[in-house]
Design a protein around this ligand. Structure first.
Ligand SMILES: Cc1cc2nc3c(=O)[nH]c(=O)nc-3n(C[C@H](O)[C@H](O)[C@H](O)COP(=O)(O)O)c2cc1C
Length: 161
């Protein structure tokens, strides 16, 4: 059965009709990474990690400290942390976008990734997913829809730990 699937997938790929899905995610402490890996497996999709040019240290992630890097970034709607490597999203029609909830929304590096990939993201289906310490994904999806109204957002799923 497994072999049959591999053969069918190979034929589909040759014909250019394979599922063109990519799972793009940012994860500071690997929780969202595990969720992304699971989705990629289920969707038979390519997996791509958004890696910050400057990694986040535990001190950077201290949300109790108003002077920490994450607090400073989240306090500034225009903050766009630099990403190490760009993504080739051209071949994909459906893009899962995963992130940890920070201050109720997505980390600013998700904005960096979207900004870096506009206008190629236009017309593609974007499906947000997230992990959190208890918050829902709702506010982050509303934020993304409001910030990027021309993009085709679909659904939004919080992955329980
Ligand atoms: C800076 C920062 C802010 C956070 N803000 C929230 C929040 O507003 N609501 C929440 O439920 N969890 C919050 N969390 C917890 C993370 O969303 C949660 O631990 C997530 O699963 C971490 O994912 P990761 O391991 O992929 O980085 C925050 C964590 C950090 C580091």
């Amino acid at each position: 059965m497994k072999q049959l699937f591999s053969i069918l997938a190979a034929i589909a790929m040759t014909m250019g009709i394979e599922a063109k899905t990519i799972v793009v995610y940012f994860s500071a402490t690997e929780t969202t990474k595990a969720a992304a890996q699971q989705i990629a497996k289920e969707q038979n999709a390519v997996l791509w990690e958004i890696v910050p040019a400057e990694p986040y240290t535990p001190a950077d992630l201290d949300w109790r400290n108003k002077q920490s890097r994450s607090s400073i970034e989240m306090n500034d709607p225009e903050a766009r942390p630099t990403i190490k490597q760009c993504t080739n999203i051209m071949p994909y029609d459906t893009i899962y976008v995963g992130y940890p909830i920070w201050w109720g929304i997505c980390p600013r590096i998700i904005n960096s990734w979207i900004d870096n990939n506009l206008p190629q993201l236009e017309g593609k289906t974007l499906i947000p997913f997230a992990t959190s310490g208890g918050s829902t994904i709702k506010q982050s999806v509303e934020y993304l829809r409001k910030t990027y109204p021309s993009l085709k957002w679909q659904g939004g799923k919080l992955i329980e730990k």
